[in-house]
Write a protein that binds this ligand. Sequence first.
Ligand SMILES: [Zn+2]
Length: 115
Amino acid sequence: MDPATAVERITVERDSGITVVFGDGVECGFDLEELRVNCPCATCRTERERGDLPWPKPTSPRPLTVVDAQLVGAWGLGITWNDQHGTGIYPWESLRAWCDNDGPQLGADSGFDAS
Ligand SMILES: [Zn+2]
């Protein structure tokens, strides 16, 4: 496995952010709101394509927090948010690209769909 997309350590601060240390020693911090807005699931992707933001909605609890985070196989991180949304899986590869490029690279061809 490529150490750049292997994960050494994950720190979840439920109300502030997620830090991932990759296998090559690079440490990347992700802001919760940015992660939520860029949720890679099909529903959120459709909203973004329409020009809407998947978060926040008028009913979204503020501040945003992580209810649960878990490893999905070896390839990604599943996050459940306090607005009850939990279908997005963030592949390490995409998080690493986000980190390297200083912005989300969660394109349709990045290998993940909610299904
Ligand atoms: Zn989503």
